[in-house]
Design a protein around this ligand. Structure first.
Ligand code: 2P0
Length: 322
């Protein structure tokens, strides 16, 4: 039987992961909660090759050693973890256009983990797959499932994994992605979160805040209260970015246009439009809307900031084999 392609969708954290207790295992300080999106995904196919070196293609380009290092290191981890020694030809295609302003590590490592699961006939259940994906990139643990997903921080490799909260929520929520810059960020999430943990005087407060916001957002999800989901997500995102500003030395992922978009959203909100921002480790802004408000917000941003690109996404599925 021919090997299937594993498809994983990207996710946006509403209550964010920002800090590792264990760097090696990527065990976070807090739980986090995300929404899987339908527009952006990675397709990955792998096969065993008769070689002592992996060959990695990304978007039809064979990656050199430097570019493939993070992936081959991960495959070394996977070989060691399961005790096999085969090497792979991996072909990965990102349908996460850089122009959509999403990082591809979440969908990328989730698709890679699922693909190796297939090729090596590991028969992993979703929990084990989430653990495997987490070892590639923390946020990838959540892309195993669709809809609303919680990553349980845990305390060890076996206890840190994502669980579905509602994979197919019947909720009127759309996400507008506002792309300000497509440049690779200067401060990676990995080092940004490390600096925040080490030097922000507010880090302990963040840990306390996240545990209460996770509970509150789960209630809001159960009640299909999009406004409450938006309020909590915006507050959580601003609190995460406060950790970067209060780090020593301080840093920020915001660009001037990031602030401008926040102001435009607040102005619309004062006119009664449902719109709340969330921002990851980069300048781009994602706006939580209803289907109706997404159209209004998109037009308003397009009119006021003609240089930015906007894309509307809806709720996506978990891992698929096609
Ligand atoms: C998140 N981010 O919860 C947070 C919010 C960015 C801001 O997870 O070091 O690529 O590989 O575990 O998962 C991005 O960081 O970091 C991220 P590593 P990852 O989505």
């Amino acid at each position: 039987m021919a090997t299937k392609t594993a498809r994983a969708y990207t996710n946006i954290a509403l209550i964010k992961y920002w800090g590792k207790k264990d760097k090696q295992l990527k065990i976070p300080y807090t739980n986090s909660l995300s929404l899987t999106l339908d527009k952006f995904y990675t397709d990955t196919k792998s096969e065993i090759i008769d070689s002592d070196k992996d060959q990695i293609y990304l978007n039809d380009e064979l990656l050199d050693d430097a570019k493939s290092k993070r992936i081959t290191n991960y495959l070394d981890f996977v070989r060691n973890y399961f005790g096999f020694d085969q090497h792979f030809l991996v072909k990965s295609v990102n349908h996460v256009p850089t122009s959509a302003g999403f990082a591809s590590s979440a969908s990328g490592f989730a698709a890679l983990a699922a693909s190796i699961n297939q090729t090596m006939k590991l028969n992993l259940d979703n929990r084990s797959l989430s653990i495997l994906a987490r070892n590639g990139s923390g946020s990838a643990s959540r892309s195993i499932y669709g809809g609303f997903v919680e990553w349980i921080a845990g305390t060890s490799n076996d206890t840190s994994y994502a669980v579905p909260i509602d994979e197919h929520p019947n909720i009127d929520l759309s996400l507008l992605s506002v792309v300000i810059s497509q440049d690779t960020k200067k401060i990676s999430s990995t080092s940004g979160m490390e600096n925040s943990v080490k030097t922000s005087p507010f880090y302990d407060n963040w840990v306390t805040l996240v545990s209460s916001e996770i509970n509150e957002i789960k209630q809001a999800i159960a009640q299909k209260d999009v406004q409450k989901i938006g309020e909590l997500s915006e507050h959580n995102a601003m609190s995460m970015h406060a950790l970067t500003l209060s780090a020593n030395p301080s840093f920020t992922y915001f660009a001037p246009e990031t602030i401008r978009v926040i102001q435009l959203v607040k102005s619309l909100r004062s006119q009664g439009v449902l719109a709340y921002v969330t921002i990851d480790a980069g300048p781009n802004v994602k706006i939580i809307c209803t289907k109706e408000s997404a159209e209004i917000v998109q037009k308003y941003i397009d009119d006021n900031l003609p240089a930015v690109t906007t894309v509307v996404a809806n709720i996506g599925n978990g891992i698929q084999y096609i």
